[in-house]
Design a protein around this ligand. Structure first.
Ligand code: SAH
Length: 237
Protein backbone atom coordinates (compact mmCIF):
# COMPACT_ATOMS: atom_id res chain seq x y z
CA UNK A 1 0.00 0.00 0.00
CA UNK A 2 1.40 3.42 -0.95
CA UNK A 3 1.02 6.49 1.32
CA UNK A 4 -1.57 7.73 -1.20
CA UNK A 5 -3.65 4.55 -0.77
CA UNK A 6 -3.36 4.94 2.98
CA UNK A 7 -4.53 8.58 2.84
CA UNK A 8 -7.51 7.54 0.76
CA UNK A 9 -8.42 4.76 3.16
CA UNK A 10 -8.16 7.13 6.13
CA UNK A 11 -10.35 9.70 4.31
CA UNK A 12 -12.94 6.98 3.68
CA UNK A 13 -12.93 6.02 7.37
CA UNK A 14 -13.38 9.64 8.38
CA UNK A 15 -16.08 10.37 5.78
CA UNK A 16 -17.78 7.04 5.04
CA UNK A 17 -20.56 7.20 2.42
CA UNK A 18 -24.07 7.01 3.86
CA UNK A 19 -25.60 3.51 3.57
CA UNK A 20 -27.15 3.11 0.14
CA UNK A 21 -25.08 5.94 -1.38
CA UNK A 22 -22.36 5.09 -3.86
CA UNK A 23 -18.83 5.39 -2.41
CA UNK A 24 -16.05 7.43 -3.99
CA UNK A 25 -15.16 6.33 -7.54
CA UNK A 26 -12.46 3.66 -7.79
CA UNK A 27 -9.35 5.25 -9.38
CA UNK A 28 -8.59 2.04 -11.29
CA UNK A 29 -12.03 2.19 -12.94
CA UNK A 30 -11.59 5.91 -13.58
CA UNK A 31 -8.30 5.28 -15.38
CA UNK A 32 -9.79 2.49 -17.48
CA UNK A 33 -12.59 4.84 -18.47
CA UNK A 34 -10.09 7.62 -19.23
CA UNK A 35 -8.20 5.30 -21.59
CA UNK A 36 -11.39 4.09 -23.28
CA UNK A 37 -13.18 7.43 -23.61
CA UNK A 38 -10.30 9.89 -24.10
CA UNK A 39 -7.30 8.06 -25.52
CA UNK A 40 -7.52 4.75 -27.35
CA UNK A 41 -7.77 4.15 -31.08
CA UNK A 42 -11.58 4.41 -31.05
CA UNK A 43 -11.59 7.60 -28.96
CA UNK A 44 -8.61 9.70 -30.12
CA UNK A 45 -6.14 7.45 -31.91
CA UNK A 46 -3.54 6.59 -29.25
CA UNK A 47 -2.52 3.16 -30.55
CA UNK A 48 0.72 2.26 -28.73
CA UNK A 49 -0.37 -0.48 -26.28
CA UNK A 50 2.51 0.22 -23.86
CA UNK A 51 1.55 3.90 -23.69
CA UNK A 52 -2.10 3.00 -23.05
CA UNK A 53 -0.99 0.57 -20.31
CA UNK A 54 1.17 3.23 -18.66
CA UNK A 55 -1.71 5.73 -18.77
CA UNK A 56 -3.98 3.08 -17.19
CA UNK A 57 -1.42 2.36 -14.47
CA UNK A 58 -0.20 5.74 -13.19
CA UNK A 59 -2.34 7.17 -10.35
CA UNK A 60 -2.84 10.68 -11.78
CA UNK A 61 -4.88 11.67 -8.70
CA UNK A 62 -1.69 11.28 -6.60
CA UNK A 63 0.04 14.02 -8.64
CA UNK A 64 -2.59 16.77 -8.46
CA UNK A 65 -3.40 18.97 -5.45
CA UNK A 66 -6.03 17.44 -3.09
CA UNK A 67 -8.51 20.10 -4.21
CA UNK A 68 -8.29 18.75 -7.80
CA UNK A 69 -8.15 15.00 -7.04
CA UNK A 70 -11.84 14.44 -7.86
CA UNK A 71 -11.21 15.87 -11.37
CA UNK A 72 -7.90 14.07 -11.94
CA UNK A 73 -9.22 11.80 -14.72
CA UNK A 74 -11.27 14.41 -16.57
CA UNK A 75 -10.56 15.39 -20.15
CA UNK A 76 -8.81 18.72 -19.49
CA UNK A 77 -5.69 20.24 -17.91
CA UNK A 78 -5.71 21.05 -14.17
CA UNK A 79 -3.99 23.69 -12.03
CA UNK A 80 -1.10 22.37 -9.92
CA UNK A 81 -0.34 25.64 -8.07
CA UNK A 82 2.18 28.43 -8.66
CA UNK A 83 0.44 29.33 -11.91
CA UNK A 84 1.32 25.99 -13.57
CA UNK A 85 -0.82 23.19 -15.02
CA UNK A 86 -0.75 19.44 -15.56
CA UNK A 87 -1.63 18.69 -19.20
CA UNK A 88 -4.84 17.01 -20.32
CA UNK A 89 -4.37 13.18 -20.29
CA UNK A 90 -4.68 13.06 -24.11
CA UNK A 91 -1.79 15.51 -24.59
CA UNK A 92 0.40 13.50 -22.17
CA UNK A 93 -0.39 10.30 -24.10
CA UNK A 94 0.12 11.92 -27.51
CA UNK A 95 3.53 13.41 -26.60
CA UNK A 96 4.62 10.14 -25.01
CA UNK A 97 3.55 8.09 -28.04
CA UNK A 98 5.32 10.53 -30.38
CA UNK A 99 8.64 9.71 -28.65
CA UNK A 100 8.15 6.00 -29.52
CA UNK A 101 9.55 5.06 -26.07
CA UNK A 102 11.59 1.84 -25.78
CA UNK A 103 12.47 -0.01 -22.54
CA UNK A 104 16.20 0.77 -22.78
CA UNK A 105 15.74 4.48 -23.55
CA UNK A 106 17.03 7.45 -21.61
CA UNK A 107 14.62 10.40 -21.75
CA UNK A 108 14.96 14.04 -20.71
CA UNK A 109 11.89 16.01 -19.64
CA UNK A 110 11.91 19.81 -19.27
CA UNK A 111 9.20 21.03 -16.87
CA UNK A 112 8.63 18.39 -14.18
CA UNK A 113 5.58 20.25 -12.79
CA UNK A 114 3.47 17.69 -10.92
CA UNK A 115 5.72 14.75 -11.87
CA UNK A 116 2.87 12.99 -13.71
CA UNK A 117 4.43 13.01 -17.19
CA UNK A 118 7.71 11.78 -15.67
CA UNK A 119 5.80 8.95 -13.95
CA UNK A 120 4.19 7.88 -17.24
CA UNK A 121 7.61 7.90 -18.95
CA UNK A 122 9.21 6.04 -16.04
CA UNK A 123 6.98 3.04 -16.74
CA UNK A 124 8.07 2.93 -20.37
CA UNK A 125 11.81 3.69 -20.51
CA UNK A 126 14.98 2.91 -18.57
CA UNK A 127 15.75 6.32 -17.04
CA UNK A 128 13.98 9.67 -16.94
CA UNK A 129 15.94 12.87 -16.26
CA UNK A 130 13.64 15.76 -15.40
CA UNK A 131 14.32 19.47 -14.78
CA UNK A 132 12.00 21.94 -13.03
CA UNK A 133 12.68 25.64 -12.61
CA UNK A 134 10.34 26.23 -9.60
CA UNK A 135 11.97 24.64 -6.52
CA UNK A 136 8.67 24.16 -4.66
CA UNK A 137 7.18 22.15 -7.55
CA UNK A 138 10.40 20.17 -7.89
CA UNK A 139 10.21 19.19 -4.20
CA UNK A 140 6.53 18.25 -4.43
CA UNK A 141 6.92 16.18 -7.57
CA UNK A 142 9.94 14.33 -6.20
CA UNK A 143 7.87 13.36 -3.16
CA UNK A 144 4.88 12.28 -5.29
CA UNK A 145 7.13 10.09 -7.45
CA UNK A 146 8.73 8.53 -4.37
CA UNK A 147 5.29 7.90 -2.82
CA UNK A 148 4.19 5.99 -5.92
CA UNK A 149 7.31 3.79 -5.71
CA UNK A 150 8.98 5.14 -8.88
CA UNK A 151 12.77 4.87 -8.66
CA UNK A 152 14.10 5.56 -12.18
CA UNK A 153 13.48 9.34 -12.30
CA UNK A 154 16.39 11.73 -11.64
CA UNK A 155 15.59 15.30 -10.60
CA UNK A 156 17.29 18.62 -11.10
CA UNK A 157 16.18 22.13 -10.16
CA UNK A 158 17.15 24.69 -12.77
CA UNK A 159 16.60 26.18 -16.19
CA UNK A 160 15.94 23.48 -18.78
CA UNK A 161 17.21 25.61 -21.69
CA UNK A 162 20.67 24.11 -21.19
CA UNK A 163 19.38 20.54 -20.86
CA UNK A 164 21.30 18.03 -18.70
CA UNK A 165 24.53 17.57 -20.68
CA UNK A 166 26.19 15.16 -18.22
CA UNK A 167 23.59 12.46 -18.91
CA UNK A 168 23.27 13.11 -22.69
CA UNK A 169 22.64 11.84 -25.30
CA UNK A 170 18.93 11.14 -24.90
CA UNK A 171 16.75 8.89 -27.05
CA UNK A 172 13.87 11.22 -26.30
CA UNK A 173 13.44 14.80 -25.08
CA UNK A 174 10.03 16.08 -24.02
CA UNK A 175 9.48 19.76 -23.24
CA UNK A 176 6.23 20.44 -21.37
CA UNK A 177 6.35 24.25 -21.42
CA UNK A 178 6.16 26.47 -24.50
CA UNK A 179 9.49 27.68 -25.88
CA UNK A 180 9.53 30.86 -27.99
CA UNK A 181 12.29 29.31 -30.10
CA UNK A 182 13.76 25.82 -30.12
CA UNK A 183 16.58 25.59 -27.52
CA UNK A 184 19.69 24.59 -29.49
CA UNK A 185 21.33 22.90 -26.47
CA UNK A 186 18.44 20.44 -26.30
CA UNK A 187 18.73 19.49 -29.97
CA UNK A 188 22.45 18.90 -29.49
CA UNK A 189 21.71 16.42 -26.66
CA UNK A 190 19.52 14.24 -28.87
CA UNK A 191 20.95 10.79 -29.74
CA UNK A 192 21.00 9.48 -33.31
CA UNK A 193 17.43 8.38 -34.20
CA UNK A 194 16.30 10.30 -31.10
CA UNK A 195 13.13 12.39 -31.04
CA UNK A 196 12.32 15.66 -29.34
CA UNK A 197 8.73 16.85 -28.87
CA UNK A 198 8.00 20.40 -27.75
CA UNK A 199 5.46 23.22 -28.04
CA UNK A 200 6.95 26.19 -29.89
CA UNK A 201 5.42 29.64 -30.11
CA UNK A 202 4.38 32.71 -28.15
CA UNK A 203 2.94 32.08 -24.69
CA UNK A 204 -0.09 34.37 -25.12
CA UNK A 205 -1.42 32.46 -28.14
CA UNK A 206 -1.48 28.79 -29.08
CA UNK A 207 1.68 26.98 -30.07
CA UNK A 208 2.65 24.30 -32.58
CA UNK A 209 3.50 20.95 -31.00
CA UNK A 210 6.61 20.08 -33.01
CA UNK A 211 8.59 16.85 -33.30
CA UNK A 212 12.26 16.77 -34.33
CA UNK A 213 13.97 13.52 -35.29
CA UNK A 214 17.74 13.23 -35.61
CA UNK A 215 19.30 11.16 -38.42
CA UNK A 216 23.05 11.65 -38.07
CA UNK A 217 23.65 15.35 -38.63
CA UNK A 218 20.22 15.84 -40.17
CA UNK A 219 17.06 16.85 -38.31
CA UNK A 220 13.54 16.37 -39.65
CA UNK A 221 10.75 18.55 -38.29
CA UNK A 222 7.03 17.77 -38.24
CA UNK A 223 4.06 19.52 -36.67
CA UNK A 224 1.75 17.27 -34.63
CA UNK A 225 -1.03 19.68 -33.63
CA UNK A 226 -1.94 23.03 -32.16
CA UNK A 227 -1.65 23.28 -28.36
CA UNK A 228 -1.65 25.75 -25.44
CA UNK A 229 1.08 25.28 -22.82
CA UNK A 230 2.39 27.47 -20.00
CA UNK A 231 5.50 29.42 -21.05
CA UNK A 232 9.06 28.23 -20.72
CA UNK A 233 10.66 30.80 -18.44
CA UNK A 234 14.36 31.53 -17.88
CA UNK A 235 16.57 31.27 -20.94
CA UNK A 236 19.40 33.45 -22.16
CA UNK A 237 19.20 37.09 -20.99
N1 SAH B 1 5.10 17.84 -17.21
C1 SAH B 1 4.32 18.51 -16.21
C2 SAH B 1 3.63 19.73 -16.78
C3 SAH B 1 4.13 20.91 -16.08
S1 SAH B 1 3.66 22.49 -16.64
C4 SAH B 1 3.37 17.59 -15.50
O1 SAH B 1 3.27 16.40 -15.85
O2 SAH B 1 2.71 18.03 -14.54
C5 SAH B 1 5.22 23.11 -17.18
C6 SAH B 1 6.30 23.18 -16.13
O3 SAH B 1 7.46 23.72 -16.76
C7 SAH B 1 6.01 24.11 -14.95
O4 SAH B 1 6.13 23.39 -13.76
C8 SAH B 1 7.07 25.19 -15.06
O5 SAH B 1 7.52 25.68 -13.82
C9 SAH B 1 8.18 24.46 -15.80
N2 SAH B 1 9.14 25.33 -16.49
C10 SAH B 1 8.92 26.51 -17.14
N3 SAH B 1 10.06 26.99 -17.67
C11 SAH B 1 11.03 26.11 -17.35
C12 SAH B 1 12.45 26.04 -17.61
N4 SAH B 1 13.08 26.99 -18.30
N5 SAH B 1 13.13 24.98 -17.15
C13 SAH B 1 12.51 24.00 -16.43
N6 SAH B 1 11.19 24.00 -16.15
C14 SAH B 1 10.46 25.04 -16.60
Amino acid sequence: MTPGDLNRTVRQWLHPPNPGEPGPPDPVDERRRMVREQLDCHARGITNPRVLQAMAAVPRHEFVPCSEAASAYEDHPLPIGLGQTISQPYIVALMTQALDPQPEDRVLEIGTGSGYQAAVLAGLVGQVYTIEIIPELAARSEKALQNTGIRNVFHRIGDGHEGWPEAAPYNGILVTCAARTVPGALLSQLADSGRMVLPVGPSDAGQELVMFERHGNKLTRSVLLWVKFVPMTGGPC
